[in-house]
Ligand binder design. Structure first.
Ligand code: SF4
Ligand code: SF4
Length: 278
């Protein structure tokens, strides 16, 4: 377990649970003695919106981004694929986007959610988990002097506003809808094909767009012209659609997408023929 994972586990077990109005003192800026120390040998799990922002920033498509800058470790315990930033193969195992000590992060305006939030952590229970609420906590790690050298007062909510996490949090709602879905918590196992659908719809948006517009997808599913145009031209619109598609494709939720009448009729006919529908 890495230092950060170790600290996170300890915090979830023991740390004070904070709300958005709770205060803390912390400073992170060029000039703190530890500047950029947190950008090496670190596990950064990327969200779908992190990937969208970074691939745009770098001017590459999602497939190129995933191939060049990420790794997807997989264990038997995982239900879904996870994408992590691939650290450089230098002695420090530094982040691929770390510049000189003076430059700091070279993708700062598009840095991932977890880089923005640090040292604030967030724990989100599933939406239907009775009695459990989202809470925040502070990660105080040895290498980070931001608490010791602090001159700035924050609230948790003020920190999040300052770091620009609102768009990231908006897109994370659709992601959570899938990864914390009731069927997932009940232990549903996804076939390799469904895993691939998840990977494509959330992480590999350019390939997902080809699937939507270059396969028979639009012959089967009703999507109005305006939404089609948005999905064709905007990664954000496509990513808004991804959780709807996955609710249907992974969990069979027919309320998530509108299936064309001729497809439904063919299915009914098939069921009648086999005696499953009278
Ligand atoms: S993306 Fe930027 S802030 Fe995040 S670890 Fe890399 S260099 Fe540091
Ligand atoms: S204060 Fe903490 S978060 Fe900021 S650069 Fe130093 S180690 Fe990184």
């Amino acid at each position: 377990m890495s230092e950060r994972e170790d600290v996170q586990k300890k915090i979830l077990d023991e740390a004070e649970r904070l709300g958005k109005g709770d205060a803390f003192r912390f400073s992170c800026r060029p000039g703190v003695s530890c500047f950029t120390n947190c950008c090496s040998d670190v596990n950064i799990v990327l969200t779908p919106y992190d990937i969208l922002r970074l691939k745009k920033r770098l001017g590459v498509d999602s497939k190129q981004f995933l191939d060049e800058f990420t790794v997807s470790p997989f264990t038997k315990e995982q239900t879904f694929p996870v994408v992590m930033l691939k650290m450089r193969e230098d002695d420090e195992k530094s982040c691929p986007f770390l510049g000189t000590r003076e430059e700091g992060c070279t993708v700062y305006e598009d840095r991932p959610w977890s880089c923005r939030m640090y040292p604030v952590g967030k724990a989100s229970p599933p939406e239907d988990a009775a009695g459990e609420e989202e809470f925040f906590f502070l990660m105080k790690e040895e290498h980070c002097k931001g608490f010791e050298e602090a001159t700035d007062d924050w609230t948790v909510g003020g920190w999040m506003d300052d770091q620009g996490v609102a768009d990231y949090d908006r897109f994370s709602e659709g992601f959570k809808e899938i990864v914390l879905h009731r069927l997932v918590r009940e232990g549903v196992e996804l076939s390799p094909r469904r895993m691939e659908m998840f990977q494509q719809a959330f992480y590999d948006l350019d390939t997902f767009r080809s699937f939507v517009f270059e396969s028979s997808f639009l012959e089967k599913f009703e999507i109005d012209d305006e939404e089609q145009e948005a999905m064709r031209t905007s990664d954000e619109a496509l990513l808004e659609f991804s959780p709807r598609w996955l609710r249907f494709a992974l969990f069979g939720d027919v309320t998530a997408v509108s299936i064309k009448e001729h497809i439904l009729e063919a299915k009914r006919e098939d069921l009648r023929r086999t005696g499953k529908l009278k």
